[in-house]
Design a protein around this ligand. Structure first.
Ligand SMILES: C[S@@+](CC[C@H](N)C(=O)[O-])C[C@H]1O[C@@H](n2cnc3c(N)ncnc32)[C@H](O)[C@@H]1O
Length: 268
């Protein structure tokens, strides 16, 4: 067998079909928008991403799958402008709320999908294109090709390492099978086949997190499932309560597996 025989896009697609959580449609992301915004805006993840990215004040940035503006909003003061693209109207509404509150003028939200014709949608080529935790697409090669084409200077991607934000212990506690699906190593191999040799860094988040109340701690686990039965909800609540430790400033929850992201970047 030769390396060149491996069809990485097909490998991605087959693993994608087998993963433990179903592919989320626009409506699923809409339903998640408010909870996602609460958990992710002002997260240490954004600080770590921006530290590795080293934004330049001259850049126009295209942020694909921007969500509630996890990166687009903090980037605003550090670059010339950000085009924030997402297919979920509710995610963009979260972004707009925050943009208004903070009086940010140089973030332009745009509702579009990875699979739209970006040229027809009038999305211009930018200095920099980024995709943070948003490469949950069936045709990975097409998405990577597009992202690369829509940047003239640099491309940045944050991609899941192993279980990523999912906690295998919680799946086990609920008696559910856990298959995290394909991760960043497929992305890196696909890029290699495209003639791109990216730099790879890692973003690792703290395994312990402090929440102001028990409900917040539960929400930080419940998002992993869209379809919990009442019994599973009760089991999850018991699981979380057993592990919560009361601290002076709230409730601390620690997971065994770290949340790790690959930070993949290259110059054009
Ligand atoms: C996990 S969130 C990441 C949000 C943000 N980039 C971050 O790192 O916090 C994934 C985002 O990708 C968006 N998304 C998923 N599939 C998409 C598609 N086909 N086209 C455009 N956006 C998509 C979702 O609506 C969601 O906002």
């Amino acid at each position: 067998m030769r390396y060149s025989d491996i069809d990485w896009n097909r490998l991605w697609q087959e693993a994608f079909e087998q993963k433990s959580w179903k592919k989320k449609k626009k409506k699923d992301w809409d339903n998640r928008a408010s909870g996602f915004a609460k958990r992710n805006i002002d997260s240490s993840y954004a600080d770590l991403f921006l530290k590795l990215m080293e934004p330049d004040p001259s850049w126009n940035v295209l942020d694909v799958g921007c969500g509630p503006g996890t990166l687009a909003l903090p980037l605003a003061s550090r670059v010339k402008s950000v085009t924030a693209v997402d297919f979920s109207a509710s995610m963009l509404a979260e972004l707009e709320k925050r943009k208004e509150k903070e009086n940010i003028a140089n973030v332009i939200p745009l509702q579009a999908s990875w699979t739209d014709d970006w040229q027809k949608r009038g999305i211009p080529v930018h200095d920099v294109a980024l995709s943070s935790r948003s490469l949950s697409v069936f045709d990975l090669q097409a998405a990577l090709t597009k992202l690369n084409k829509w940047a003239t200077k640099k491309v940045f991607i944050a991609d899941r390492v192993g279980s990523g934000p999912f906690d295998p212990d919680i799946f086990a506690a609920l008696g559910r099978k856990f298959d995290p699906g394909p991760d960043y190593i497929v992305t890196v191999n696909l890029l290699y086949k495209m003639g791109i040799h990216p730099r790879i860094d890692y973003i690792e988040l703290d395994q312990s997190k402090t929440f102001s109340n028990k409900e917040e701690a539960l929400a930080s686990c419940q998002w992993m499932f869209d379809d919990l039965s009442d019994r599973e909800k009760a089991n999850l609540t018991a699981y979380v309560n057993e592990r919560l430790i009361k601290k002076e400033n709230g409730w601390e929850l620690t997971r065994r597996s770290p949340v790790k992201w690959a930070f993949i970047s290259w110059e054009k």
